[in-house]
Design a protein around this ligand. Structure first.
Ligand code: CTP
Ligand code: CA
Length: 229
């Protein structure tokens, strides 16, 4: 499809996309976060909308504006995200988990600001594991639904990166995994991306590189070729 008018191959499909990075509160003024800008997930939402999809974007602390024409639900923390997704997951035809979800959250959230005169020269935080939302959604997947996960890896060796992706897709149980390398200057906050798309067996079904919008379209190309009923 040309850039002006993409093919209308997602008409009336319900597309649920998470984007951004979760923030796990520590106290009323602080959180633990990550460097995800939300750009790739927002590009996916815009691309899916342009192809005729009915898009719900669960927005986790986005650094970029949400696109027009999509239904936006805000979620701050991983548990907010889990709740927001559970409301729409069952009716979605496609679920894309582009959000960077915190693996752990502070065990207890203080109701008052943590004061440094009450702590010492060091402060130890206790964290507890967050639910694995993608694994849960994949386990609850109904026939005909397509679930896409993302893997952010700092591994620079291409063979090791592929192995990590294959292990991850098996662990998560999703239909596809978008593997991208991230680092101090790669992946996050940039306007370009380079990804590998693995199917549930770990087979490379697509490699894409370019603007986050063009990568979004290549990911959706794979989704529409799947068993959408
Ligand atoms: N994810 C999720 N819930 C979590 C953690 C991650 O749904 N608690 C999703 C992310 O949205 C992404 C995929 O799982 O689509 C992979 O996330 P990633 O952080 O790469 O993998 P993890 O399984 O958390 O493993 P690790 O961070 O140790 O590499
Ligand atoms: Ca993780």
């Amino acid at each position: 499809p040309d850039a002006g008018q993409p093919e209308q191959d997602l008409v009336n499909r319900r597309i649920l996309i998470s984007a951004g990075g979760t923030r796990e509160p520590l106290d009323p003024v602080r959180f633990l976060g990550n460097r995800s800008s939300g750009k790739q997930g927002v590009a996916l939402a815009e691309a899916a909308r342009a192809r005729g999809g009915l898009v719900t974007l669960v927005a986790c602390n986005l650094e970029v504006p949400a696109p027009d024409g999509v239904h936006v639900v805000q979620a701050g923390s991983a548990r907010d995200l889990q709740e927001a997704l559970s409301a729409s997951a069952a009716s979605a035809d496609v679920i894309i988990m582009a959000a960077a979800v915190a693996d752990y959250r502070p065990t207890d959230v203080r109701s008052e600001k943590i004061k440094k005169e009450h702590t010492g020269d060091t402060l130890t935080l206790e964290l507890v594991k967050n639910p694995d939302i993608l694994a849960e959604l994949s386990a609850a997947c109904r026939p005909g639904q397509v679930i896409v996960g993302f893997a952010a890896e700092t591994e620079s060796d291409p063979d090791r990166l592929l192995t990590l992706g294959r292990e991850k897709v098996t662990r998560k149980g999703c239909d596809y995994l978008v593997v991208n390398r991230v680092g101090w200057s790669e992946g996050f906050a940039t306007d370009r991306n380079t990804v590998l798309l693995l199917d549930r067996h770990g087979v490379i079904v697509k490699e894409a590189s370019g603007s986050k919008m063009s990568v979004a379209h290549r990911i959706l190309d794979v989704v529409v070729q799947t068993r959408l009923p």
